[in-house]
Design a protein around this ligand. Sequence first.
Ligand SMILES: [Zn+2]
Ligand SMILES: [Zn+2]
Length: 138
Amino acid sequence: MGLGAGNKTMKNTPKFTIVEETKHYVYIRDDGPWDKYPTITNRAEEVVEQLAPTLKGRRLFYMDSDETVDELRVDKNGKLAGFEPGGMEKLCSVCGKDIDEDDSANCITCGKTVCNSEDCSSNLRVIGGEETYCANCG
Ligand SMILES: [Zn+2]
Ligand SMILES: [Zn+2]
């Protein structure tokens, strides 16, 4: 942005909308317009601090100004811990942890992508080597 004619007053904080909230994450979208508001990417620290009371330990994903979904890692003190590529599809639907692709599947009944880690109640059941059910369904 130049400083010439038409220079508008920049707001201090990004303008965003909470698109989705689940028990595992909060998903926000950067609304812009970015000639008036800074991007979430540029002000990630402030956005995380602003949302920390809402997160209550949940993970935070955002769609940036290029419509890419990434994660803002939040530490236990509610501060930005860094950026992580990838959206909510990398989470197990049951436990909300990162999925190891070799140890996950789509449950035939509920259709959710679930992991098979020992501390996850999704523990997969594979029937006939093909049909996969999570513990919630079958
Ligand atoms: Zn899981
Ligand atoms: Zn299921």
